[in-house]
Every structure is written in C-alpha cells, then in structure tokens.
Design a protein around this ligand. Structure first.
Ligand code: 8YV
Length: 312
C-alpha cells in the first residue's frame, strides 16, 4: 500500500490532517531521521511531504526506494538537492505565488518598523517612561530610494508596494524587465551605491550564496539599510555584521539568517537591527494555502496526473 512520509516537525495539526486525508502516513522529525524508520515502512513510501530547512540530500532519498515525489511546503526549496532527486527520477514541487503578498507585506513592515523605530516606541510606552524620556527623531521612508535584489514574483510585489510609498525603485535581476520608471542594474554593488535601502528578494541555493557581498554592502554605506526576506545565505552575513558593528551600515531589518534559529550571537548585541523569526509567510490564510497546494501536488502525483507546481 502506498504511503506518504511526513518529514519535518513543523507541521501543525491541520496541515498534518490534510496530508493524512490523502493516504496512510509515516512521520519523521526530519530528513536525518528517515533512515531510522524500519525498512518495511520506508519501502512503502512513494511521496514525501516536507517542511523544514534541514538538507534533504541523496542519502535521505536513497533510504526511500519507491520515492517519486518530494512536495515541499514553501516556495524556497534550497534545502532539497534537486539534482540528486532528478537523477533518481524523483519530482520536486514547491508552493509559489500563494505567499507573495504576505512576504511583501512583511518587507514593508520591516522597513517602516526599522525607519520609524516602532519597537523602541513600543518599549518606551510599555516601560511607563513616556514623558520622562523621548526617542530621537526617526527616518522618513516615503520618497527614499530602494534597490531590490531579485525582481521575481516576490520582488515585484515588494516593488509595487514601495512605489506606492513614492520610492525610487532600482533593481537587479537575471534580465531586464518591462518596468517603466524603475532602474535596472547589472551589478548589485553599483546599485547599492545609489540607494538608501537594499532589499534582498532572491531565491536561495548554491547559485546565490553571498550574492550580496562585502563590496555591495560597503557600497550601500553608513546611511544604508539592508532588508533580507529571502535566505540567510544570499548575503555575506559576517561582512554585514562587521559593517553593522563598525557603522559601515546604518542598520538591517532581517527575517532570515544563517543557522536559524541559532543565529549568530553578534546580532543580539546590536541596537541598529530589527530581527524577525523567519515569519514572512506565517499568516493563517497563507499557511493554509501553502498546505493546500502541497497536498494538491501530492494528490495529483498519487492520481498519476500532472503536478501543479513542479520545480526545475
Ligand atoms: C517556509 C519559506 O515555508 O516559503 C519559503 O520559502 O521560507 C517559508 O515560508 C516556512 O518557514 C516553513 O518551512
């Protein structure tokens, strides 16, 4: 009998129930734990529902000889070795588009929150010290310039929102887009030298590691702010920390990091950062839509129908 393996301990009860409605399931806490299941259970698994950021590598795939599909919960599938999957005839799907609005909304929230010192303002009011001490004047967001690194589906939603804030939009992308009034750059560093804000909206994975490098961050300069809602790997994190500590950057507003959730302790000593726990897609409505799309891909696979959102 065909089984689905639920891989990852981040699924909530509703998401699990949606998968369970498709076929009998086996559950493991992560790709590392697949090999610990007994062989009979592993041999019956033809589809995996994955949620997580731990590497899903060839070894994990080898442990499931009948595997035909890894359905990822998330648009980013950098944790999955897609090359190893295709060598083994295993399809991979993700959950694009349904989270674009939420990730773009959080980006704007991060920018406003950082610029207008909203965490510091809240802390001041909550401390009961309003009237006894004040906050320094904040920084204006509307009308500033922004460089968006990666004008894909999410980058485009971010740009549309920031255009409504009368911001000057610059972008880098694999190719120039049809975006009248927005300035295309072929180099991140050249763009960074011209803007106040640098928003990273790239896909993760080996091709984009440290895409925003020390040179680009240095070019952004002491008045520049980095916003990252993509993956911690897309920016040279050590260089960013050096510049945040030395005043080489004004600040950073970040939803993603290397080594989540055990992020570099240097972040915790900084007063010029706004830090979020990788929650770009974390609304009830969007997580439900992501779960439904993950399950629709599994259902299509089980029925022998075309996959809805295959990657690659
Ligand atoms: C994850 C994400 O899906 O979609 C992505 O690429 O990073 C998130 O929305 C979420 O963290 C669950 O792993």
């Amino acid at each position: 009998m065909t089984h689905i393996m639920i891989v990852g301990d981040g699924f909530d009860a509703e998401e699990r129930a949606r998968i369970r409605a498709l076929a009998p399931v086996v559950e493991v806490s992560g790709p590392d734990a697949i090999g610990t299941c007994d062989a009979q259970a592993r041999n019956a698994v033809c589809a995996v529902a994955y949620k997580g950021h731990a590497p899903f590598d060839a070894q994990a795939m080898e442990a499931l000889p009948a595997l035909g599909l890894i359905a990822n919960f998330g648009v980013g599938y950098d944790a999955i070795d897609v090359g190893a999957a295709s060598e083994r005839g295993i399809a991979v799907t993700n959950t694009p588009d349904v989270l674009n609005d939420d990730v773009a909304d959080l980006t704007v929230g991060l920018m406003l929150g950082w610029a207008r010192q909203m965490v510091q303002g809240h802390d001041l009011v909550a401390s009961g010290e309003w009237g006894k001490r004040g906050l320094p004047l904040a920084r204006k967001l509307s009308g500033a310039s922004v460089g968006i690194v990666g004008l894909g589906r999410i980058g485009r939603e971010i740009a549309d929102r920031l255009a409504a804030f009368k911001m000057d939009i610059h972008y880098t992308s694999r190719s120039q887009k049809d975006t009248p009034g927005w300035e295309y750059h072929s180099s991140v560093a050249d763009m960074a030298a011209k803007v106040d804000w640098l928003v990273i909206a790239l896909v993760g994975g080996p091709d984009t590691v440290n895409h925003v490098d020390r040179r680009a961050l240095t070019a952004l300069g002491p008045d520049g702010v980095v916003v990252n809602i993509s993956r911690g790997t897309t920016v040279d994190e050590a260089a960013m920390l050096d510049l945040l500590e030395s005043g080489g950057l004004a600040g950073a507003a970040l939803d993603v990091f290397l080594n989540e959730p055990q992020i570099d302790a240097r972040f915790l000593g900084l007063s010029n950062v706004l830090l979020q726990p990788h929650q770009g897609s974390a609304t009830v409505a969007t997580r439900r839509a992501m779960s439904e799309l993950q399950c629709a891909n599994i259902a299509a696979f089980l029925a022998g129908e075309p996959l809805l959102t295959p990657v690659g």
